[in-house]
Each structure stands twice: as C-alpha cells, then as structure tokens.
Design a protein. Structure first.
Lengths: 275, 275
C-alpha cells in the first residue's frame, strides 16, 4: 500500500519566500506521517493570477533552484511532485512540475496544454510527460488542464503508469447541485477507463478575486474518490498502486486488450481528419 | 432545439415479435410527441442474455429486415437509432445499431468493442462508427462499451458529430452511494472534454437474473445530465445541438484547438508503445 498526501495550499502571487514556507511545512508534515507520495498544487512557488509576464518572470525559478532541492530534503524518503514557474535555460517561462526524491530532481515536466490566460505568461512544453520509476511505483505527472486531453492520459496509461499525479489550480466553475466539479468528473472517468490511480492536488484561497474549486482528490483504479480534503486541506489516501497493472474487468473483458488499434489507426482517414 | 427521446425498454431474449411491439409503441409515442431523435437500447430486437450462439442466431435479423423498416415508418419525420442483433451477409452475427429516417435505413454500425460474453456470440465490427447527416444534425452512433474507449469518441467528436447516440445494455455494477454509475460518469466526461451532446439509451427489466443500470440519459455539451428516466423509463430532453460545433470555453481556451497533435504523434515513440 502506498500512502499519498495532497496538500491543497494557498500560494500567493510573487511571494516566493512565503510559498516556500508553505511547501516545506506541508512536505515535512507528510514526511513525518510516513507518506510515500506528496503532491503539491500547480505553481506552488509562484502563485497563479499574474497581471503581466514581468510578474510571472519575477516569480520564476530554474529547475536547479535550491528551493526545489529543499523540497526533496524535507521529504526524506518520500517522492514529491509539485508545480513551479520555471525559468528555462532558453530564457522562457514554463508552467512546470518537478518530481523529486531523496536522490534529488528526477524529472521536470513542462505543461503541454496551457489554460486560458496562462498563454500570456508561459511557453507550452513540447515533451511527453515523464513517467518516473520510483521506490513507490511508476509515477507520471501532468498539470491541470492536461487532464482534459484523453490523447495524453491514455498514452500515459498505456505506457504503464501506476499513478498520474496532477498538480492543478482549478478555477471555480458553476455546476449543478450534487455534481462533482466537471474537472473532478473528468479525472474520475480518466482513472476508470484507464484503470489507473490519479492524485489531483488543487489549491485553495481566493487569489486576486479568483476562487478555486478546492477539488483535490485521490482516485482509485475504478474511478472512485477515495479521499478528498479534510478541514486543513489535506487529502490522505492509502492505495494499492499495483492494481493499476491489471486492466482486466472480467475473464473476458480487459480495458486495454479490448482496444481496437487496428481501427483507431484508420479513423482519421475514415473521417477525413488532419492533424 | 432538438427534441430527443430515449426509451429504456425491457426486451426479452428471443421474443422478436414482442420486442418489435415494444419498439414500435415507443417510436410511435415519440413521433406523436414531436420527437426529432428517438434512441432505443442495444439489442432491442433480440434481448441480451443469450445462453449460446444458436440462441443469438435465432434472434438475429438482417439490416434489410422489414422490422427495421417499420421503425422508420413509425417514426414519421424523426430519426431512429436502435440496436439489433444483425445477421450479416457473411453469415456472421454482429451487435449492431441502425440509423433510420423517413428515407429508410441510413447506416448500420457494428459494435467495435464487444463486452465480456458478447464475444461468445458476436463478431466485432471493423468499420468506423457512422456519422449521419440528418435533418437534425450530424448524428454518430456507438454501442455501450464503445463509450469507454476515448480513442473512438474523440475521433468522432473531431469529425464533427453534433450528438453521439449510444444504445446500451449496462449491467448493474456496484458503486459508492451518491455516485453516478461509472458508465454514466464516463459518458458525462466524454461529453465535457469533447463539447459534444450524448444520448445514452439503456435497458430495464431483470433478464435471466441480470439487472441493469437503468442509466439512460441525455448529456449536454458541458457534460451535465439534462434528462434521466421518468417513471415510464422515458428520457426526454430538448437540446441545442448546434452548441456541439463551438469548442471554445474562453476567448483564449478551446477544447480542440488547444490539442497538441504535434506531441500526441510522438507519444507512442516516446513511451516505446506499439499498437
């Protein structure tokens, strides 16, 4: 069993020092509790609601920044996945997520699908999300809006991810009473069709007038919510990640071997699609 | 606005005459109410829980069968989508769905993803689901388990479907209290990520000990349920199908143009996937 903690923090725009305090406190708390995987929100280091590119740049750090290394140190034996505003070696800004463990920085992922005004501040990534083999399984990382693109989550699942960690900042949206947030419903369905565990770490706090969904959750391989935030914004779940490696549903049904790649490869042509 | 009716019928195995009565009564009722689209369950003509291939064969009909033509006649000006056990010209059995309108049979779709024991009775299809241009928009048809394969529903949506009609027979499965059935959640998420309307027509009645989800629903382009069965098993919704043609969410976000086909085309290679 793997102990997973998601911390629904409230970073503030531009407050690198304060945000680092929040992150380190959360990571230390989880490490002390024996967590194996610790997930922090999207853009934990920088906050989200920038007014202009200069403000985003002032809040960005490189992947080699000692702040990220300090996350790894605080985590002890745990794996940390968290979002940060990345200043690339190319001078561009990326909405990125780091995967860290006791050996340091294992991977950096640059968000492929930038949501709305993020396009004014960040450059989209160009590389496939990493799937990192850790002491606690094969951990993939995507960021927020990425979850809404089944092309990506399907490929990650087919590639053998045991868990998809998704740092998010989900702006609050209207929904019918008694329904999960749309973004949560998408994550649940993604887990279910792919028989893969998903851990979403949303943020909280109203930032420059923007409220958030506060939809952090750990979802099992059947697509059900196994944990949502407690009063402190902590989501804690114990999950058997090895279940993600078995895609069978009955003796005659298997979510992956029932796929029809022979047909999928012909769909674009059948429908006259390009790109 | 398009008036959509789904009839959650209870066909009986092998009772072709009785099942035809059920179907015609449902279609006539909807036609009288001015429905534009009428959706019937999977395998409406034959029932579902076969004991052996011979029983399935005895319940199968060709796509040219006058029973299907009678559906079109009863529908008046409406479009009918319904499932039937098809005897192909090749002598094989298919779990198929017909799309009919006042001009007759518009398309036949053979289910690509056979669920569980269906594999003992049916041959899977090999062709892309049809997207039929009708008086009420571009109507795609898939059957039941097909909905759990995002490769298919994504391609259908990219191809410009206004509505995905899904005849289903959803076996009842356990779920946490207060949650939608997993299959309904998948349909809702599919509608939401693709900004496409979906109409699922499930069946009812316990057949040879098998209870059903009774999850029939019409889902709007935001992924919300707009209609579920009334006490008669009728799902009726009025929906603006033209909304499926607009994939924008904000002035800077669009579910389709935000896709990254440049990256998707490299994912299989990046992850070392084949097929």
């Amino acid at each position: 069993m793997t102990l997973i903690d998601c911390h629904q923090l409230a970073p503030s725009v531009g407050d690198l020092a304060g945000n680092q305090e929040l992150a380190l406190a959360a990571i230390s708390q989880s490490a002390a509790a024996g967590a194996d995987l610790i997930v922090l929100p999207e853009l934990t280091t920088s906050g989200y609601v920038f007014t202009d590119p200069e403000e985003a740049r002032a809040s960005s750090v490189t992947a080699a920044d000692p702040r990220l290394a300090a996350w790894a140190t605080a985590a002890g034996g745990a794996v940390v996945i968290g979002g940060f505003a990345e200043l690339g070696a190319d001078g561009r800004l990326y909405n990125s997520a780091a995967v860290l463990d006791r050996t340091g920085l294992r991977a950096v992922y640059r968000k492929l699908h930038l949501w709305d005004q993020e396009k004014l501040f960040f450059t989209p990534g160009t590389e496939a999300p990493p799937i990192v083999t850790t002491a606690f399984g094969r951990i993939a990382v995507v960021v927020c809006y990425d979850l809404e693109f089944p092309e990506l989550t399907r490929a990650i699942s087919l590639a053998g991810a045991d868990l998809i960690a998704a740092p998010t900042n989900w702006p609050l949206a209207q929904r019918p009473e008694a329904e999960h947030a749309g973004v949560v419903g998408i994550a649940m369905a993604t887990a279910r069709v792919n028989h893969v565990a998903i851990a979403c770490c949303d943020r909280t706090g109203v930032e420059r007038g923007q409220p958030w969904t506060e939809g952090s959750c750990v979802i099992d391989q059947d697509g059900w919510l196994v944990a949502t935030p407690d009063e402190r914004g902590l989501v804690r779940a114990e999950l058997d990640l090895t279940r993600s490696r078995d895609k069978t549903m009955t003796s005659l049904a298997d979510a992956f071997s029932d796929r029809r790649p022979d047909v999928y490869s012909r769909l674009a042509q059948a429908y006259g699609l390009t790109g």
